[in-house]
Design a protein. Structure first.
Length: 263
């Protein structure tokens, strides 16, 4: 983990509501693993005490990219970031996805909801073999990076709530269709809304397969000190609280204890 002053080398739109921010961060880039995140200090929000966490989307040489959606005050303010701006970054933080070996029996199956595709693209770029990506979103505007995955050789299956791209419905619809015909054991890697993560995790547990879930919780410090992002998990039959920022954000599906009220 480093505190590093990064310079902005690119800041480009990806569709109407999404943007990709690229920073030159040699020390962070050298240590980053798929599934980890960075904590940005937004200087343009002078009254903001807390940093903002973002999954690492891409690492190219000494540069780190994040993919974000403009959904709140912080991300709206980020649209003002310009080339050459300096940004204070803490990272890489958290654990990462395990990387299967090239001779692993299971087929890697990535499941993404919206911009949850970001850490999965980083993962796909580092895996020694290709597999399937199931990506879902509200509309076709929320389906991201399809061409990037296809360029890596991944088989991409899509779903949108309104049917504007791929299958109409949740991303679990094409996933279930594939599982009904699959001749290969899957190993799941998922990032997206809690409801989707729970659904993928339940399928992994029911099938006796591994499922790695990237959990999203409100984070304060990002290093496990403030206990703002705790999640109940089960280890060796014992339930305990884990810090998503430090002990996660990646957890195996059998570990996660979902609250009854969670979707």
């Amino acid at each position: 983990m480093h505190v590093e002053e990064g310079s902005v080398v690119a800041h480009e739109p990806m569709g109407s509501a999404y943007r990709v921010l690229t920073l030159r961060l040699p020390r962070v880039a050298a240590q980053a693993r798929p599934g980890q995140f960075v904590h940005l200090r937004l200087a343009m929000l002078s009254d903001a005490v807390l940093r903002r966490p973002f999954s690492i989307y891409r690492v190219d040489g000494d540069c780190v990219s994040i993919l974000y959606k403009t959904i709140g005050r912080g991300t709206a303010a980020m649209k003002s970031i310009r080339l050459g701006d300096a940004m204070n970054v803490l990272g890489p933080l958290g654990n990462g996805f395990p990387l299967p070996t090239a001779d692993a029996i299971a087929l890697p199956v990535l499941v993404a909801g919206g911009y949850g595709v970001a850490p999965l693209y980083f993962l796909a770029s580092r895996l020694p073999r290709t597999g399937l990506l199931f990506a879902g979103g509200a509309t076709n505007a929320d389906i991201l990076c399809v061409e990037c995955f296809q360029a890596l050789g991944w088989d991409v299956r899509l779903a949108t709530d309104d049917g504007s791209l791929g299958v109409r419905g949740l991303v679990t619809a094409p996933l279930d269709a594939w599982l009904g015909e699959a001749r290969r054991e899957p190993e799941f890697f998922a990032c997206g809304p809690n409801g989707m993560l729970r659904a993928v995790g339940e399928r992994a547990v029911a099938g006796g397969w591994k499922g790695w879930l990237s959990l999203d919780r409100h984070m304060g410090c990002g290093v496990g000190a403030c206990l703002a992002c705790v999640q109940m998990i089960r280890k060796d039959g014992v339930e305990t609280l884990a810090r998503v920022c430090k002990d996660g954000p990646i957890f195996e599906s059998r570990e996660v204890v979902w609250e009854p009220s969670e979707p």
